[in-house]
Design a protein around this ligand. Structure first.
Ligand code: AHR
Length: 336
């Protein structure tokens, strides 16, 4: 974990033990798990955390939701969980509900970067601290939230490009790259695109010949890859902004009679189990890791901001990269 701003010790974020999934079947609207307590701090003085999740678009997201729910149980925090189904308006509505219910802390993973100032101001006026988790917002006013916890997405894009530069260093002709972007306007899509493009810029051989959003889903990855294959007779490399889109694209590539990992080299981001399996099987060529296991750190931060303690402005997760060989070694112990 890399920390900028004030120091926060890592010890406090000790590894969380599996505590079983938080019991589901709680009341309220279809996409929300909320506790009985309509107000903020419960009778037994538990911290109440309102958490607005992006959705369930990928294996990464499922692992992240599990991490948050398990960590809340472990930390003795009452979690009000809302699934926004990848819609900003749903997240804004959920945050307003949390404000109305006077929760102690609000955390959310913003589906897109822009358009949050009004609702964040409402939370600030209600004196409810907000934590950004996984994805950032582009608000100029940094006092609208307490901290950001998540990955360096620009670095993930850059590491992906650096692997490709090394891999193609002896190429004599152009290397045609197609890019499957994540959700349009989201921080990981913007930043991964930027990191990758900046890193390959000095290499005239490496050309992005098509780039389109697959919305971080397998179905989206498959559909867009089908279009790419139809429109472009020579594709050498696929850079997919997450494993799920890469896995969807695998189907399209195979159906087009090409061999994934050989005819078309595949670079993805995340390193969830299915992606790691594809890498170990030789169908993917490289993965830059993005860790979804943010729950324990999030709970620690929720306790701190609730207590009025200073926290770092930005906390980045420690991540690595995987090749086909290292994926084989890591797979048996992969938890998600
Ligand atoms: O914000 C993190 C990204 O969102 C993950 O890379 C992707 O799989 C998810 O949907």
């Amino acid at each position: 974990m890399r920390i900028t701003g004030n120091t926060l010790t890592r010890r406090g974020f000790g590894v969380i033990l599996a505590a079983g999934l938080l019991a589901t079947g709680l009341t309220a609207c279809a996409n929300s798990d909320t506790g009985d307590n309509a107000g903020g701090t419960t009778g037994d003085d538990k911290i109440v955390l309102g958490f607005s999740q992006v959705g369930a678009e990928s294996g990464w997201r499922t692992a992240n939701t599990t991490s948050v729910k398990e960590a809340a149980t472990e930390a003795g925090i009452e979690l009000k969980f809302d699934d926004a189904q990848q819609k900003q308006e749903n997240q804004i509505r959920a945050i307003r509900n949390f404000i109305q219910q006077k929760v102690d802390v609000i955390a959310f993973s913003p589906v897109v970067e822009s358009g949050w100032d009004t609702v964040l101001k409402e939370a600030k006026d209600a004196q409810i601290p907000v934590i950004l988790t996984d994805r950032a917002v582009d608000s100029a006013d940094k006092t609208l939230y307490k901290t950001f916890l998540g990955s360096d997405f620009v670095k993930e894009g850059r590491l992906s490009a650096e692997w490709l530069i090394e891999e193609t260093k002896s190429a004599t002709g152009p290397v045609n790259i197609v890019e499957l972007q994540g959700t349009t306007g989201s921080a990981p899509a913007n930043d991964r695109k930027k990191g990758f493009a900046e890193a390959i810029a000095a290499n005239p051989n490496l050309k992005i010949i098509a780039s389109q959003s697959g919305d971080f889903t397998r179905a989206g990855g498959k559909a867009v890859m089908e279009q790419f294959l139809k429109a472009n007779p020579k594709i050498d490399v696929l850079f997919a902004h997450n494993d799920d889109m890469g896995l969807g694209a695998l189907e399209a590539i195979t159906a087009a009679g090409k061999v994934p990992g050989k005819d078309i080299k595949i670079i993805t981001i995340d390193a969830v189990k299915d992606g790691m399996q594809a890498l170990a099987d030789g169908k993917f060529n490289f993965i830059a890791e993005c860790s979804p296991l943010l729950g324990p750190q999030l709970m620690e931060l929720a306790k701190k901001v609730h207590a009025g303690e200073e926290v770092p402005a930005r906390i980045e997760t420690e991540e690595t990269t995987f090749t086909q060989q290292t994926a084989k070694e890591a797979l048996p112990n992969r938890k998600y």
